[in-house]
Design a protein around this ligand. Structure first.
Ligand code: NI
Length: 156
């Protein structure tokens, strides 16, 4: 069980994520956006667009858990999503989504009633997942993709 202070730290990570991402991206020239960060991995462009849609899903999943009794949390194939036409857009539309979304996400989470962290939804692949687990998953998800981008040297 996450303590209130751990919980606060994770919500802060979610709140600060867009600024952290943009500070990291500022180190890379645009010519790097379509280079895989490591052989066989996604490019910066794919990662940024993936972050926008993964976090939209995360936000909706948490809203569903707060609003309904054990809602279904639908899985999706992130590689198929990452291959679609909107992934070739400039980064800005997805950065705009993340900026607005994370303000709402942090506001939502900062005001969750303590007992609600144990509410859950049914993920069709992973089974019951609680709001507390979703907080850990999505705070960690953002950080993992920042680490993934850092594998690409800005000077290469
Ligand atoms: Ni991801």
């Amino acid at each position: 069980m996450t303590t209130p202070s751990e919980c606060g730290a994770l919500i802060k990570q979610i709140k600060n994520f867009p600024a952290e991402l943009e500070a990291l991206l500022a180190k890379y020239p645009e010519s790097h956006y379509d280079q895989p960060v490591q052989p066989g991995e996604w490019t910066i462009r794919q990662i940024v667009h993936h972050l926008a849609e993964a976090h939209m899903n995360g936000f909706i999943r948490m809203k569903l858990v707060l609003a309904e009794n054990k809602p279904i949390l639908k899985p999706y194939d992130q590689d198929v999503w990452a291959a679609q036409a909107d992934m070739k857009l400039p980064l800005e539309p997805s950065l705009q989504i993340l900026r607005g979304l994370h303000i709402r996400w942090a506001e939502l989470l900062e005001n969750v009633t303590a007992s609600y962290w144990e509410r859950g939804g049914i993920h069709l692949e992973n089974g019951l997942v609680t709001l507390d687990q979703l907080l850990h998953i999505y705070a960690g998800h953002g950080q993992a993709h920042l680490d993934q981008i850092r594998k690409l040297s800005p000077n290469e």
